[in-house]
Design a protein around this ligand. Sequence first.
Ligand SMILES: NC(=O)c1ccc[n+]([C@@H]2O[C@H](COP(=O)([O-])OP(=O)(O)OC[C@H]3O[C@@H](n4cnc5c(N)ncnc54)[C@H](OP(=O)(O)O)[C@@H]3O)[C@@H](O)[C@H]2O)c1
Length: 258
Amino acid sequence: MKQKGVEDFASKRVWVIGASSGIGEACTIALIKAGAKVALSSRRAERLNALAQAGDQEQTLVLPLDVTHQEQLADAHQSILATWGGLDLLLFVSGIYTPLRADNFDFDVAQKTIDANLLGPMRAVAVVLPEMLKSHAGHIAIVGSVAGYSGLPKALAYGPSKAGIINFCEILYYDLLPQGVSVHMISPGFVATEATAQNDFEMPALITPDEAAREILKGIQAGVFDIHFPKRFSGFLKFLRILPYPLYFWILRRFVKI
Ligand SMILES: NC(=O)c1ccc[n+]([C@@H]2O[C@H](COP(=O)([O-])OP(=O)(O)OC[C@H]3O[C@@H](n4cnc5c(N)ncnc54)[C@H](OP(=O)(O)O)[C@@H]3O)[C@@H](O)[C@H]2O)c1
């Protein structure tokens, strides 16, 4: 059994959470260009409003919210249903990253990171699932990270939040395939955005947000579960995670200078 893709984004009703910058912004622009109806969410309403101008009035819906608030997600979902009568694709892109090592471990940062990056998508999925299950249709796409594959330096809170996304998506996929709801787990490598502008090291295989958006939308169209890119980097990290731990940590200490 193979899950469904999206033949054509034209007129599809898409909810992009994390639309105001970076990868989410690039996906939003590409979806609007492809003729999709796009609901734009994140906290910065003024950026969402400016971005919504890329489409005509019937095509976009600006729904500012904070993913750490369940009721804001539920209200936004109700607005989408009231306006468009349904939702075809939830594209959850929102996420935060604060570099964290063991010698500056800060529980408050860890809690905020898990709340936004892991509980945020879980809240959104809890909000959209009942309708999708009822109609035996729909797509759930969540942006995780290759940093969730295995432990990497400076990711003491971010890494666990993204590892959780991988597990969450795997189980969602298992449960939802027989129900006709497609799941897309998205694991980008380095993408040049506001989030990575703070990195003080050379990022290997760095790509642009537009390239990331192309990979994401192509994967969703084809019905792919495991969307990862750029392959030269994500493929290498997939290989690293199957190595025995002594070898894995040796390679990390020898070659990762961050
Ligand atoms: N850039 C990379 O190299 C890379 C690599 C792997 C994975 N990723 C993942 O890709 C996703 C997008 O990252 P990006 O690089 O494009 O970063 P970005 O430019 O900083 O975008 C992050 C987005 O998340 C939104 N957001 C953050 N906290 C939120 C909250 N509490 N409620 C609602 N929206 C919130 C931000 O909007 P507001 O500030 O307006 O709320 C913004 O739209 C993240 O999940 C990130 O972990 C990025």
